[in-house]
Design a protein around this ligand. Sequence first.
Ligand code: UDX
Length: 442
Amino acid sequence: GVTHVDVAVIGTGYVGTTTSIAFAAWDHKVIAIDSDREKISKLNRSVLPFYEEGLEKRLEQYRGSGNLSFTDDLKQGIARCDVLFIAVGTPSSPDGSADLSYVEMVARQIGQMMDRYKVVVTKSTVPVGTGDKIKAIITDELKKRNLSFSVDIVSNPEFLREGRALYDALHPERVVIGCETETAKKVMATLYERAQAPILYTTIRDAEMIKYAANAFLATKISFVNELARLCEKTGTNIMKVTEGMGMDSRIGPQFLRAGIGYGGSCFPKDTTALLNLAREQKIVLPILQAASDVNQTQVTWFMKRIQRTMGSFSGKRITLLGLTFKPETDDTREAPSLKIIEQLLQNKAVVNAYDPQGMEHVKKIYPQVVYKLTPYEALKGADAIILATEWREILDLDWSKVKGLVTQPYLFDGRNALDPSAMRDLGYCYVGIGIGERGDY
Ligand code: UDX
């Protein structure tokens, strides 16, 4: 049997909520804390602040089991736990560096409220050196209160993907634990015993770096392929076949080689920028990562030019955008390529219709000029062109022959290479993907 650990998690965003549910699933006692009362009251009714298939059911289950509770009372939450996770946001500052104000504020509050030795763990993605800062802040507060017990800091980065967050949290490929005392190491080992994953113990700084390095590498993989796609288009080669051939080499691997309109979301864009910023502070240049970021910045514009070459000016044309979220199975539209597409279409005086199974509400607030439709078929009626920006199953499974009858012109621009080009061409579409050759009769 595994001994249970009393855990508190501060921050009930994606990472905090999922981490809490995972620990509860492993039979630890978890209290999740957030200053946002409305969020807490929703969570106490098993309502998630974000969308993920099947997660609310698990939330309900572990609340019911008594392993998981939610509160806005930080002091009470801190008092009850032995291990305290910081899972608050680290947004981008205007200069691109990670904004640590939430992390620092929480660290200060912990120092003001702690009543005995605890292990304080960062789950938030934080720049190298943040563990030291947190330690200094907490120690400083303890000193002010004339308290002499110690605190151990741990860095335990989270690698979960949105949309598959709970699965990833429960079945990690590895657990990285940056810690510098035996006591902390022991507690963390107990906490993760049920994960049945290899644990890599490192220094706090190494763990902080691993998270950025992993995300930067994955982002670079995508941008490398997107860059190649531009050449494939010119040379009449097919990036899909090229990456298939590359990926069969186990040294390369098949994942994260999907060419498209670029990566978005809450991690890759922010983390690459933050790492570039960290390097700049150390007066180091990272030309490869800089290029990966540049390719991603320009990928939508590159695709839009390709579209214009095919169908001519956007002015007055009715364009239907299918998919708004940065990837399927999430309602997250942060840094989504679709936003850049809308921006450019509106600038070029197109009439934009859009459909997305989850992301319309968010985008409506940014672009009220776009016409949002409740079904894809309504959005497609009378379209002069279709742009597919997110490969939702529901969108891929549309009755494309019915769609053909609804549109005015059969231009189909697939920003994710997610549809079958030859099937679409057989239906009479003028199909254009990413890097599959202008001559492209594949
Ligand atoms: C990512 C990491 O995968 C995860 O380990 C980390 O903890 C957080 O950041 P996430 O942002 O949820 O997770 O999404 P992911 O599935 O990795 O996709 C990121 C973006 O890259 C999406 O916009 C996706 O469309 C794009 N992508 C992904 C590609 O364009 N091509 C690919 O081959 C893979």
